[in-house]
Design a protein around this ligand. Structure first.
Ligand code: GSH
Length: 319
């Protein structure tokens, strides 16, 4: 058999394989599902993360966590939930000359089930923070943002201390925490990660994701109370609400999450796009985006972070 003939056979087999895969996916999608009396876990498959999913919690292996020399140890990955926290930590570096932290890359293909990680976050998800100065563990990204500001931001630069202003910021922070699962676990999962594209699920979560983007668009556009567009989510002051919301909704509008900008018609949200530009220009946002990141160009990644010197020199603004 000539080389050309064998190449043609390989190409033909690949095409037949792809066609069969598409038919199976289509058949699965069409098959009506009647829930059994008692649910049983399906065999792994069906999405990118299926192999780590289980209906039980807790440690799966005995495994120590690495520890650095600073009191704050962050165990995380550069996903939107992780980036919220690394942006905040980098903002604190810009506010406080002696503030430091260690951030350890934690791969969620299994490291979140190690015994010491589970001791820091019983929910086995990044980000997780350990404050070794008091042996305090903090989990849930929103709780970590509050903890960091309560402990280090005495001036209320990132989270106002005044109760009424603080309440508004906490409302938007809680909004983000409650809404993101619709975007990540709902829209992102079914549109991007699930092997079988299910129209019912995609329609449901796209509807909700667009509605949430419109909530933000209207907030940023402003009203009689704000007297015009709001520069940041809560007005003139940049806060933890911006840090929490930007890595999810900002990145969707910038086309950096799920490759869904066109599908979601993100040009419907010009105020969100305007706010994204302001956010992306902040040096701490740029650095926070790099920490514990394992994808993109080499220049966009800083897998583990232990000091300001880990970043290229130009990335900390001159005082
Ligand atoms: N509500 C949590 C969500 C954290 C979360 O979902 N983390 C994901 C990565 S973005 C994770 O660790 N997934 C691993 C898993 O589900 O096993 C938070 O905001 O901290």
């Amino acid at each position: 058999m000539s080389q050309t003939e064998s190449k043609a056979i390989v190409a033909a087999s690949a095409a037949v394989g792809a066609a069969l895969g598409a038919i199976i996916a289509w058949k699965i999608a069409k098959k009506p599902y009647t829930p059994p009396k008692v649910w049983a876990a399906p065999k792994p498959g069906g999405s990118k993360f299926a192999s780590i999913n289980a209906p039980t919690a807790g440690a799966r292996e005995v495994k120590a966590l690495p520890k650095g020399k600073h009191p704050l140890q962050l165990y995380s990955l550069g996903t939107p939930n992780g980036v919220k926290v690394t942006i905040c930590l980098e903002e604190l570096c810009d506010l406080l000359p002696n503030f430091e932290y260690d951030a350890w890359l934690t791969m969620i293909s299994g490291e979140q089930f190690g015994s010491e990680f589970v001791a820091v976050n019983p929910n086995s998800k990044i980000p997780a923070l350990l404050d070794t100065s008091t042996d305090t563990r903090v989990f849930e990204s929103g709780a970590i943002l509050l903890y960091l500001c309560d402990k280090y931001d005495a001036a209320g630069a990132l989270l106002p201390r005044e109760p009424l202003a603080r309440a508004e910021v906490v409302c938007w922070l809680m909004w983000q925490m409650a809404s993101a699962p619709y975007v990540g676990g709902g829209f992102g999962h079914f549109y991007n990660y699930a092997n079988v594209k299910n129209q019912y699920a995609i329609d449901r979560f796209t509807m909700e994701t667009k509605r949430q983007l419109d909530v933000l668009e209207k907030q940023l556009a402003g009203d009689a109370k704000s007297g015009g567009p709001r520069r940041y989510i809560c007005g003139d002051q940049y806060t933890v609400a911006d840090m929490a919301i930007y890595p999810w909704y900002g990145k969707i509008v910038q086309g950096k999450l799920y490759g869904a900008a066109e599908f979601l018609s993100v040009s419907d949200y010009p105020q969100v796009a305007r706010w994204c530009e302001t956010m992306a220009a902040r040096p701490a946002v740029q650095r926070g985006n790099m920490v514990n990141r394992t994808w993109g160009t080499k220049e966009e990644q800083l897998k583990n972070r232990h000091s300001r010197a880990d970043f290229p020199g130009h990335m900390y603004p001159k005082k």
